[in-house]
Design a protein around this ligand. Structure first.
Ligand code: GDP
Ligand code: MG
Length: 165
């Protein structure tokens, strides 16, 4: 079985966009609306000759809402984290840290696996970085700036990820 890399985070931060960029097939569906991708989807990926499976999760969403699905979504993401060799937590570099991010981070701090904190939507590499320090407060490592949309930072990320697989 190929090692699993799980992509987790609250809705709308760009998880599916990232998976589409990193995977060989673009089966993960990207939606404009929050929380559409509820379940995990698995995709073949490889980098530098190393094959792995990348998992898109529906987001650890609405933990405090009345959403009847929220428990199972939380379980989905935790299960993805459990089965993964490496976890990619994605946050939105344009919004700052949200309560939902903190909830996700709290869950992931209990998982004894390497976790990368990816600060997404930083489309302009020259202007990024100013707010990166804010995300250190999540307590899951150094924030890495990326743009899933444009691919900035994703090659360096994959170098680091496959080195751990
Ligand atoms: P998910 O809910 O976490 O899977 O998020 P999606 O991948 O569906 O993305 C949510 C929205 O953010 C979509 O409109 C994406 O086009 C947008 N988005 C994702 N990544 C980036 C990025 O790097 N830059 C910008 N500007 N928008 C992005
Ligand atoms: Mg999605």
């Amino acid at each position: 079985m190929k090692p699993i890399v799980a992509v987790v985070g609250r809705p709308n931060v760009g998880k599916s966009t990232l998976v589409n960029r990193l995977a060989q097939t673009s089966e993960a569906i990207v939606h404009e609306t929050r929380g559409v991708t509820r379940d995990r989807s698995y995709h073949d990926a490889d980098w530098a000759g190393r094959e792995f499976t990348i998992v898109d999760t529906g987001g650890i969403e609405s933990l405090k809402s009345e959403d009847v699905f929220s428990g199972s979504i939380r379980d989905q993401a935790l299960a993805a984290a459990e089965e993964a060799a490496v976890i990619l937590m994605v946050v939105d570099g344009r919004t700052g840290v949200t309560e939902e991010d903190e909830t996700v981070a709290r869950l992931l701090r209990r998982v004894d696996k390497p976790v990368f904190l990816l600060v997404n939507k930083l489309d302009n590499p020259d202007r990024e970085g100013e707010r990166l320090w804010e995300y250190s407060s999540l307590g899951i490592g150094d924030p890495l700036p990326i743009s899933a949309l444009h691919g900035h930072g994703t090659g360096d990320l994959l170098d680091e990820v496959v080195a751990l697989l």
